[in-house]
Design a protein around this ligand. Structure first.
Ligand SMILES: Cc1cc2nc3c(=O)[nH]c(=O)nc-3n(C[C@H](O)[C@H](O)[C@H](O)COP(=O)(O)OP(=O)(O)OC[C@H]3O[C@@H](n4cnc5c(N)ncnc54)[C@H](O)[C@@H]3O)c2cc1C
Length: 533
């Protein structure tokens, strides 16, 4: 067992932001299930939204966020995040993030749904630069211990106190306190118990629930599933954002073509006739919010039996295209596509998890001692749809807010009690790894087909039945065999899929990212879907 002041699960933008603030006074352990930079943060291309342009205002950013969010946003959270954005950018610049500048000021790009140029960026690889700067600062800090390749399995709560038995784990932890986590060390194959006075979940999203996703392999909803199992409420899981433009390539399934290509004048066209079709769907055409663009592409693909549509910026000066999109340009060239001369074949793909563990403005969950921040949380910022480039921002603002809340309450946090070690009775190695692979593929495929961009009651019911079957199979497997990283992820994916379907079935309207053909209208009153364990 290891003991630290604070335990953070996740080394992305949210986790490391919190770690750096906490480390001013406390000892912090940060776990990551793979390499430290393997989360979504390093993959973010477009940038970070902040009001910095002359003529732009906080009110405009707040309004744009709430319009994109279908009115479901919690206004006080939106105000809190938007108003803290400029200082978050300053902090990152202070850590050495080399944001692009023009004539001595930050260069701002424009993205869909934003009424002003508002996106601070580092070429088209902003997340990579941010992740690098955060890791460098965390590595240099004497109060931070970084533990990559350590896969959190389940939260440690009062039910795991020494003297209790494994049988006592049945039931729910509602109202209990969190003391840390059991984690599988992928290098030694051992399960360790890490305890702390306070635990922060910063585990990212659940994109890999779907067949096509722009998210990295580890986006399996682990934090959401762990918090739910431990008794925390989860909300708005039906709002899955699909990025409209992922490269259509059967080998490379997750190359995102940033929104900024449309922001800088790229057009969506039918590959058959060359027609620019977005003006038929929305007066903002290619700059309409993501859900509208993704649904329009999905509609055209299904209507015409296409595999993809075209995203075309070849009418712009080639030097302009190369200068603005150096990384995408290079990557596409390596796949035989020259975006300065030809259109890019694109399809929509899962991109962002709007729902998550329900938190307050300090990142606190329902469970004492447990915080959740970043993409695994539901703070009220995004509502029914995330406005582009607001998500990294949420990580920085809530990373900072949760850390400051812990520092302010530190004297009230009790020291962890003695905790039972991990139950080693499940010592048999599985001889049927194929079960995991089969279930993983099956789950992602039916989630794509039944719980994707357009939903119906019947499809959701079918998905629910299949989840039930797979859950029984995987739980039985989990009870009998030694844990592996793949098994932990599959169990979490299934739990998250169930939460998505439960939320989608509970919403009897269409709003933002959730579109159900059986309930196409939007209710006058916006209500969150809050699932109670
Ligand atoms: C291709 C792409 C482009 C994007 N572009 C933008 C953009 O331009 N602007 C923007 O604002 N947002 C963008 N986003 C979204 C944004 O990148 C994410 O929302 C954000 O990075 C999430 O940060 P996070 O810290 O919450 O999680 P992540 O960065 O995903 O980090 C999650 C961390 O948790 C760890 N973890 C997960 N499960 C476990 C476990 N069981 N045990 C231990 N550790 C665990 C992971 O190892 C990782 O360290 C993009 C996303 C993608 C996929």
């Amino acid at each position: 067992m290891t003991e630290h002041d604070v335990l953070i699960i996740g080394s992305g933008a949210a986790g490391l932001t919190a770690a750096l603030v906490l480390a001013e006074r406390l000892k912090v352990l940060v776990l990551a299930k793979g390499a430290l930079d393997a989360g979504s943060t390093a993959w973010a291309q477009g940038g970070i939204a902040a009001v910095l342009d002359e003529g732009d205002t906080f009110d405009d950013h707040i309004r744009d966020t709430i319009i994109a969010g279908g009115g479901l946003n919690r206004r006080e959270t939106v105000e809190f995040v938007v108003e803290h954005a400029p200082e978050a950018i300053l902090r990152l610049a202070g850590l050495g993030v080399p944001f692009n500048e023009e004539a001595g000021t930050l260069h701002l790009t424009r993205e869909g749904g934003h009424s002003h140029r508002r996106i601070v960026h580092v070429d088209d690889a902003t997340g990579f630069a941010v992740q690098e700067a955060l890791i460098t600062a965390a590595r240099a800090h004497p109060n931070i211990v970084l533990r990559p390749h350590s896969v959190a399995i389940d939260l440690v709560t009062d039910r795991h106190r020494a003297g209790t038995s494994r049988q006592s784990e049945a039931g729910t932890d509602v109202g209990q306190r969190v003391w840390g986590v059991y984690a599988f060390d992928a290098q030694t194959g051992k399960v360790e118990c890490h305890v702390a006075r306070s635990t922060i979940l910063a585990t990212g999203g659940a994109g890999r629930t779907y067949l096509f996703s722009t998210a990295p392999r580890g986006a399996t909803g682990d934090g959401i599933a762990m918090a739910w199992r431990a008794g925390a409420r989860v909300s708005n899981m039906e709002f899955m954002q699909f990025h409209p433009t992922c490269l259509y390539n059967l080998e490379v399934k997750n190359l995102l073509i940033t929104e900024a290509v449309r922001g800088e004048g790229g057009h969506l066209r039918l590959p058959t006739t060359g027609e620019r079709f977005m003006p038929r769907f929305d007066p903002r055409a290619e700059l309409a919010p993501r859900d509208i663009v993704a649904r329009a592409i999905d509609h055209e693909i299904k209507r015409l039996g296409l595999d993809f549509v075209h995203l075309d910026i070849s009418h712009k000066d080639p030097d302009f295209v190369r200068a603005h999109f150096p990384n995408i340009h290079e990557r596409l060239l390596s796949l035989g596509i020259d975006m300065t001369r030809q259109p890019i074949p694109v399809v929509p793909a899962q991109h962002y998890t709007c729902g998550g563990v329900l938190i307050d403005q300090a990142g606190r969950t329902d469970l004492a001692g447990l915080y959740a921040i970043g993409e695994c949380s539901e703070s009220g910022l995004h509502g029914a749809n995330r406005l582009a480039s607001n998500s990294l921002l949420e990580c920085f603002v809530f990373g900072d807010a949760s850390a400051r809340d812990i520092l302010a309450r530190w004297d009230d946090f009790a020291a962890p009690p003695p905790i039972r070690p991990w139950d080693e009775s499940r010592v048999t190695d599985s001889d049927e790894e194929v079960v995991i692979k089969q279930n993983w593929t099956e789950l992602r495929r039916f989630m794509w087909n039944y719980v994707g961009i357009v939903r119906t009651n019947k499809r959701l019911e079918r998905a629910a039945h299949r989840i039930e079957l797979l859950k029984n199979e995987v739980n039985e497997y989990y009870d009998h065999f030694r844990v592996t990283a793949d098994l932990i992820e599959l169990r979490n994916l299934l739990q998250t899929a169930e939460l998505i379907v439960m939320s989608a079935r509970a919403r009897r309207e269409s709003r933002g990212l959730h579109f159900n053909q059986d309930y196409p209208a939007t209710h006058p009153a916006a209500r969150d879907t809050v699932l109670v364990p």
